[in-house]
Design a protein around this ligand. Structure first.
Ligand code: ACO
Length: 181
């Protein structure tokens, strides 16, 4: 078999079905169709796709991984008290990662790490952006190891943050500080 050739590109409308399918397959939480529409149409959600260009025709542009994120004001967020404010530079912002996933057959090759790096690179290019943060369910060890390895800091445990089939689960809040925060 050929060596994988992983590339990163923006998510576009032709990814809709595949994006919904992967979310259904790998997350315990259901997302609204409005969320997927927003991602593929480049609404206020930022996204990066991973594809394997070495796959045969018809698959070489198919999503094998993705990250979705949102940028917004740092004030009034759960971590507003943890960042540095510069009165003269305009409104500080934060990037929030909504979903991150890699299909099973492509895991453990560093693809998720590269997807997160894309988000950090983007956030770092915005002078008023102070960090990247996310929630992860407390028992998701592979994801938690990834965030720790990438120097995200675990700043809170939120009790009963997720409700899945009527059951409550804790989450961790992880933050990667940038631009001097
Ligand atoms: N050779 C061998 N091992 C490697 C290589 C390589 N070339 N590259 C990376 N690895 C190892 C890493 O060291 C890491 O090892 P560890 O888990 O033992 O610490 C492991 O592979 C995973 O690291 P990555 O390859 O960077 O991550 P991956 O692409 O496998 O994706 C993810 C991780 C996204 C958590 C994946 O398991 C997944 O999609 N899970 C289901 C969905 C999910 O949980 N998403 C995150 C939820 S939180 C949120 O969405 C905000």
């Amino acid at each position: 078999s050929t060596r994988p050739s992983i590339c990163f590109r923006p998510i576009n409308p032709s990814d809709l079905e595949r994006l919904e399918q992967i979310h259904r397959d790998i997350f315990p939480i259901r997302y609204e169709s409005e969320f997927f529409q927003n991602v593929v149409n480049g609404g206020d959600i930022l996204s990066w796709a991973a594809v394997d260009r070495s796959r045969p025709d018809g698959y070489s542009d198919e999503l094998i991984g993705f990250v979705t994120a949102k940028i917004g004001p740092a004030k009034e967020t759960e971590i507003s008290d943890l960042i540095r404010y510069d009165s003269c530079k305009g409104e500080e912002t934060l990037v929030y990662i909504l979903t991150l996933g890699v299909v099973e057959s492509y895991r453990k090759r560093g693809i998720a790490k590269l997807l997160i790096k894309e988000v950090i690179k983007y956030a770092s290019s915005i002078p008023v952006c102070r960090g990247v943060y996310l929630h992860v369910i407390a028992h998701n060890n592979p994801a938690i190891r990834l965030y720790k390895r990438m120097s995200f800091r675990c700043v809170k445990r939120l009790h009963g943050f997720y409700i899945i089939n009527g059951q409550h689960f804790d989450s961790f809040l992880f933050v990667y500080f940038i631009n001097g925060s």
